[in-house]
Ligand binder design. Sequence first.
Ligand SMILES: [Zn+2]
Length: 457
Amino acid sequence: MISARNQPYRTTAADSDFTENNYLQLLRLAKESYLFSTYRAIPWGTRFILWRHDLDYSISRALALAEIEAGEGVCATYFINPRSEFYNPFEPGPARLIKRIVGNGHHLGLHFDAKFYDIQSEEQLDEKVAVEAQWLTDAFDVELDAFSFHNPVEAHLECHAERYGGLVNCYSRELQTQVPYCSDSNGYWRFRRLYDVLHDAIDPCLQVLTHPGWWQKESLEPRRRIFRCVYGRAQATMKQYDLVLAEAGRVNHGRSIESLNFLESAHGDIFTFFDYLWNKRQFSTLFFELWRIHRLQITQLCRMILLSIWKIAAVQVDRLFNDDQLNVKSGIVAEAVLGPGWRELSGMTEAREETYLTLLNDLTNGRALISESALENECASICKVISTLSEWGQSQPIAYDGIKALAVDGECLDAKAVARCGELWGMDRENDAEQWRKRWEELVAVLASKGFHGVER
Ligand SMILES: [Zn+2]
């Protein structure tokens, strides 16, 4: 929550604090000095700790923390906001996650957006908290313990009673004055760093607030953590739409999915990104990306065949492809390795390639006169080239689509596929080596005649 009252002295992000592993260490540290308690029965007079999560951004991150806590045998309280802009707790998927949080032994609270109602009185607060609490009780079949304000204004924090709507008020006078507090608001420690608080353990009792969206598997900047929550949700919704149509055997009308469906199962992240560009009508960017994938696919298919079928040493293959004279116009390697038929098969004729190179040049220099719909057509046609080569590669003994491992810098080959193709071709390195060596020498000779000298025999 964002406190209306206090000004933070600390605004520096400590991204590396907010990992699951550090979270586990914090729980262990807390267990050493404090007794984990719930708002339902606060054990006043003991060294208790009220461990609370306000779910501002992500229910799936909340479940991840709930499972870590359950592994440590501690109980926390998860405050759910039925009016969140970032999730809907009543949708089937998120609701299942919340049930799993409860199933891990945790309690639920209400994260209450008082601004939604423009709450002006304690009576009104009493009424609305009770209404929203009942929604959650009905949905999850549990009684709620407490409520916390979401982004409160000064007037809300002046509602000091112990309870409203039957729920404990996390900002009651008693809790505010008697229980020291530590929060991770905005993805950094605004006041005290939780590690220091738990390590020093000088507070007689504590209320700890975390927001699960801030806690990820790896260290990330706060905005990236939110990006993951928001776009992860959007991606899941689009997937659900596609899945429902597929399961019902319906046609999924949409130029992007029709053209990009070859990426969807094996290359989900690339699919999502291209689908986004397509639907945002960013065809210039998309065209560059598709062209890049097309060229990388050719290179990777060639590398795979040279390494695993021709049995050329990796160092020689690397030298060949690292030769900066080998530019995009030199289809010579592709023709020698994939065979001259690759152009006809994929539809990337020399004339089309020439057209594309001109188009790329024009787009780069901002002088392209091509219309949006014509550029969309070109994107669709280059998708066809890539998907055809992808199918071809997968049908070959290399069983490789030429796209896999694209995202990994300098690592273009799938080691398992390389190992597999030797078996499938029944290659006997000793007996067949001579044949491949000859082909390699021919290729080197042709390249040399074209002015490439970066390869060795
Ligand atoms: Zn909040």
